[in-house]
Design a binder for this molecule. Structure first.
Ligand code: NDP
Length: 317
């Protein structure tokens, strides 16, 4: 139980892993505080049908799955707060978290801040975000109704988005920088069989056209093998090229790998210069570059919660 000033546990992030951690720590009567973060509900909240989460033989919509998890966490005493971490001091316990005007003290911390969409980082792309350049098919697909569009990427996300976008767009061109696709066979086959979807491989986007008009007018693309450039006349560019872990706040405090994922021991125990940072655990996509599934995120959220319980018990709570 928490005293008035120091909480037993704070969970950063309200995606699949954070909410699972909230359910478990809630049931352990630890009254977890969940800071919902920049993208409440995480990646599932902007996805469509989730077909591989056990228990829903017909699939479940991502936002519905997240809403169910939130209700379940709240039922067991979790408090959800619309806030995100500004800065943190992990040098002494209890840990101090700054969330704007407020500082929160906590004995343990579960980092479940997930990962955010990756961009190409072309100046023209950045200038046109929200004006035809987007990383969220679920959010912006409708606006592509009756238009020709491009999806960038060659993984499962790109296939899923391309298929979803055929509901709106008249033609979807998937642009993959590599010759081979990273997508699973089943997703790739589905997309390839779709009459509205075309594919360009070994192709990069050099420039998004339309900066002056403030609206995407097309893409200047380049074949990496022949070096030939051409213009693809599309009105939208949907990015599906993976994600970047939201671990910047922990740089210098926790060990991160070369891509910024938190390095953990046994999936959940964070380390610092070879020593553990006591009572700080990471779960979900912020520490998982390999599996990145809803079910593995949920599983590691559960593990983090159980570690928190054990840690507090061992420290006399
Ligand atoms: P992936 O890492 O699998 O694929 C990323 C894709 O983006 C690759 O084709 C990669 O190309 C390309 N890419 C990366 N950076 C750039 C860049 N700077 N410029 C151009 N292209 C780039 O990410 P996903 O988001 O597709 O999938 C992540 C995980 O989520 C996977 O495990 C996937 O299976 C899973 N997933 C499952 C779904 C489902 O089961 N329904 C749906 C969506 C995702 P390259 O190969 O050249 O590096």
């Amino acid at each position: 139980m928490s005293d008035n000033t120091t909480l037993d546990t704070v969970i950063l992030g309200s995606g699949c892993s954070g909410l699972t951690a909230a359910i478990y720590t809630g049931r352990a009567n630890l009254k977890p505080l969940v800071l919902e973060g920049h993208e409440p509900g995480g990646q599932l909240s902007i996805t469509t049908l989730v077909e591989n989460f056990p228990g829903w033989p017909e699939g479940i919509q991502g936002p519905e799955l997240i809403e169910n998890m939130k209700k379940q966490a709240v039922r067991f005493g979790a408090e959800l707060k619309m806030a995100h971490l500004n800065s943190i001091d992990l040098s002494k316990r209890p840990y101090a978290l700054n969330i704007g005007k407020e500082t929160i003290h906590t004995r343990t911390l579960i980092i479940a801040s997930g990962a955010s969409a990756r961009w190409l980082n072309l100046p023209s792309e950045q200038a046109l975000i929200g004006r035809g350049v987007t990383s969220c098919a679920t959010c912006d697909g409708f606006f592509a109704s009756g238009k020709e569009i491009a999806v960038i990427g060659g993984g499962d996300s790109a296939m899923e988005e391309a298929l979803f976008l055929t509901r709106f767009a008249t033609k979807v061109t998937v642009i993959n920088r590599s010759e081979n696709f990273r997508a699973s066979k089943i997703m790739l086959e589905r997309a390839m069989a779709h009459p509205q979807i075309e594919f360009l491989t070994s192709t990069t986007v050099e420039e998004v056209l339309g900066v002056d008009e403030k609206d995407v007018k097309g893409l200047r693309i380049k074949n990496r093998i022949t070096g030939v450039e051409s213009i693809l006349p599309v009105s939208f560019m949907f990015l599906a090229i993976g994600h970047i872990p939201n671990a910047l706040a922990f740089k210098g405090m926790l060990d991160l790998d070369e891509d910024g994922y938190i390095l953990t021991r046994n999936n959940v125990f964070t380390t610092h210069n070879g020593e553990t940072v006591p009572g700080v655990y990471a779960c979900g996509d912020i520490q998982d570059r390999r599996y990145r599934q809803a079910i593995t995120a949920a599983g590691s959220g559960c593990m983090a919660a159980l570690e928190v319980e054990k840690f507090l018990e061992e420290h006399g709570r």
